[in-house]
Ligand binder design. Structure first.
Ligand SMILES: [Ca+2]
Ligand SMILES: [Ca+2]
Ligand SMILES: [Ca+2]
Length: 670
């Protein structure tokens, strides 16, 4: 605004000596005559809710060539439907030529600055009138002091009225309308919950904190899983088990920190419309670093206390292995008995408990094994089970046949590569329907397992986006997100230090689209980047070549930097690496992606419109030309949740880790 005003002044100055000075310009002489002139350039708010009390503000400007006198009240009054309702009579500072100031009502004819809206919706006229009682009679124009706009009295505050109202902290965003960091306006969770389409996410073993120690130095994620020599050196050959960790929180002083963390975890998932967790279970003991059963049970307890979030006990039949079929069945019945009374357990309308079976064929088990589990649950616990075998991949015809009697719905674990075949998920839905079963489709994002020396080529965020778009296009009814929090296989969408928020934020967009059937409108430009830290073919300097992770599907590895714009309208997306800028003009808004080959350095991302830069930011994750251990995790970040400068400057070490800066959110980079 300042620049525009200066530019206008400069042009006016030039025109004075321009031989092309015309009669047309002469006709606007009133505004150019020597002296000051007050006008109103804007008034707010222009939408209020029924019965709401508002204080009007207006911006006044001196469009003249001289300053207004100091010490004289720059009066301003507000009128609704021709009746004066409030005024401002406190501003006495001189307003220079071209200067503006926003004045807010400080009183009114009834002794209050407030105006109360009527109790019924409707459209009214709001007028702001500067120098209304002519304290400044020397204006060069006395006939341009009034400014009128329609004033809408809306039924109630909503998240889609494009007005900041209700509890919002931004226009149609904030507490009840979803985060302002999202590109779109979120519908209420209640709306998403009412949808017949269901979204579950797999919860696997890794809570926000394992031991409540300091996450910057010595909590279990750091010392056990990320450290090269963690867990007694078990993971040293491949440089540690994890390349990232859940976004940390400070050490909690409360004794029930596990329960508090679990509630935070659930609320974070609920916020994007996830209906519940398929909760990975294989033991009711606390083994392996402690707390296996405690972690799972705490999630059930947290969901039961919070309400409105479903838990599906999901037995991990790969790990659940006591050595005998009857021992395994005993474990399953014992666990179900311990959970039976929890209100969060998902029940069908007919009272059946939904129970998942991950990799049901593990250890050579067959349908008869699960028929026994069903019989025993009914006889010993009074629980009727609705069994959902979750097949590896998407299951085989042999598995569909095997479980047609004991299974009540079919699901798959899927694969973290892009879907390029139209009708792919719909074909599986049709196939399951042929057995009379609903199909729960897996939605993956990426998969990198240092421990198993394996990766699946996700092609940046294309796997996540293409699977969701396929699921929506094919009219699927239920999905399972693979996964919410499996930090070890790195396919968690729960925000983490490497992946940050984009998978979570993008999933929020797709869940809303999936559940409502309407593609969310992009209200705010948000850019997301996604790239690895190094070229997949880079030979690590310490890791033995025999341990290099191999590509399992979607091969070969790609080595691209991706930029995805959630765009309000057409624009140009650019990726700058070194002296090279790659850009594409997108002729429409919506979800728009570009990709280019990665180069060593720190990429810069940009959105331009009409040649002007609208959004620009750098990757949090520099691309390197040398590495000790292979790292095929796709890192990500976005323009709406960038690292805060004050935090970045406090993170001066080479690793650029940026956690626990006082008073700042903990979503910053490793
Ligand atoms: Ca005037
Ligand atoms: Ca006047
Ligand atoms: Ca609103």
């Amino acid at each position: 605004m300042v620049l525009a005003a200066g530019l206008t002044a400069a042009l006016v100055g030039c025109e004075g000596t321009d031989p092309g000075w015309t009669e047309e310009a002469e006709s606007s002489q009133a505004g150019l005559a020597d002296g000051y002139n007050l006008v109103v350039t804007g008034v707010s708010p222009t939408t209020v809710t029924v019965g709401g009390s508002v204080t009007f503000s207006a911006t006044i400007q001196n469009t003249g060539t001289a300053a207004t006198p100091a010490g004289v009240v720059h009066g301003l009054s507000f009128w609704v439907n021709g009746t004066q309702v409030s005024w401002s009579d406190t501003h006495t500072a001189s307003l220079p030529a071209g200067g503006s100031v926003t004045l807010t009502a400080n009183s009114g004819p009834t002794g209050t600055r407030l105006w109360q809206a009527p109790g019924t919706p409707g459209t009214h006229t709001l007028k702001a009138f500067v120098d209304d009682i002519n304290r400044m009679p020397a204006e060069t124009n006395e006939s341009d002091n009034e400014y009128s706009v329609p004033l809408t009295v809306a039924a109630t505050a909503t998240c889609s009225d494009r007005v900041r109202n209700g509890t919002e902290t931004g226009v149609d965003c904030g507490p009840d309308c979803g985060p302002c960091e999202w590109a779109f306006t979120a519908v209420p969770r209640a709306t998403l919950r009412q949808s017949a389409r269901k979204v579950y996410a797999h919860w696997h073993y890794y809570p926000v904190s394992i031991d409540n120690y300091n996450p910057t130095t010595n909590d279990y994620y750091e010392r056990g899983y990320i450290a090269v020599n963690g867990e007694g050196g078990t993971h040293a050959a491949y440089g540690g088990m994890m390349r990232e960790r859940p976004l940390a929180r400070r050490t909690r002083p409360e004794a029930d920190w596990r329960l508090r963390d679990a509630k935070d975890d659930i609320q974070l998932a609920a916020r994007i419309g996830i209906d519940g967790f398929y909760l990975n279970l294989w033991t009711d003991s606390d083994v392996n670093n402690g707390g296996v059963w405690t972690r799972a049970k705490t999630i059930v307890d947290a969901a039961s206390q919070l309400g409105d979030f479903d838990i599906v006990p999901n037995f991990d039949m790969t790990i659940l292995n006591t050595g005998s079929a009857s021992g395994d069945q005993d474990t399953m019945i014992r666990i179900l008995g311990k959970l039976e009374a929890s209100p969060a357990l998902l029940k069908r309308p007919d009272g059946k408990f939904v129970v998942g079976l991950f990799n049901p064929a593990a250890q050579g088990r067959t349908a008869s094994f699960y028929a026994t589990v069903k019989q025993r649950a009914a006889a010993e616990l009074g629980m009727n089970l609705y069994l959902v075998p979750v097949f590896l991949g998407t299951g085989s015809t042999a598995l569909f046949e095997e479980y047609k009697t004991v299974g009540d719905a079919y699901a798959g674990w899927g694969t973290a590569i892009p879907v390029t075949t139209a009708g792919y998920s719909g074909g599986l839905k049709t196939k399951a329907a042929g057995y009379g079963k609903p199909w729960i489709h897996p939605v993956s994002s990426q998969d990198f397992r240092p421990k198993d020396k394996a990766f699946w080529e996700a092609r940046n965020s294309l796997t996540l986006r293409s699977i969701w778009e396929n699921v929506i296009a094919d009219g699927l009814d239920q999905v399972q997100i693979i996964t919410w929090n499996d930090q070890h296989e790195h396919h968690n969408i729960r925000p983490s230090t490497g992946k940050q928020w984009p998978a979570y934020d993008m999933t929020a967009y797709y869940i809303q689209w999936f559940k409502t059937g309407t593609r969310p409108t992009i209200e705010r430009d948000v850019l997301y980047y996604n790239h690895r830290l190094h070229n997949a073919s880079l030979a690590p300097t310490r890791q033995a070549s025999v341990d290099l992770a191999t590509c399992r599907a979607g091969c070969p590895a790609t080595n691209d930097v991706e930029l995805v714009g959630f765009l309000k309208s057409a624009g140009r997306l650019e990726i700058t690496q070194g002296a090279t800028t790659y850009g594409v003009d997108k002729t429409e808004g919506g979800v728009q992606a570009i990709r280019t080959a990665m180069a060593v350095g720190t990429p810069t991302f940009r959105l331009k419109r009409s040649g002007a830069t609208v959004v620009q930011f750098q990757s949090m994750h520099p691309i390197v030309g040398t590495t000790e251990y292979q790292d095929l995790l796709y890192r990500a970040g976005g323009s709406s949740r960038a690292a805060l400068p004050s935090c970045a400057t406090s993170c001066v070490n080479g690793e650029a880790r940026c956690l626990l800066c006082p008073g700042e959110p903990l979503w910053l980079k490793r």
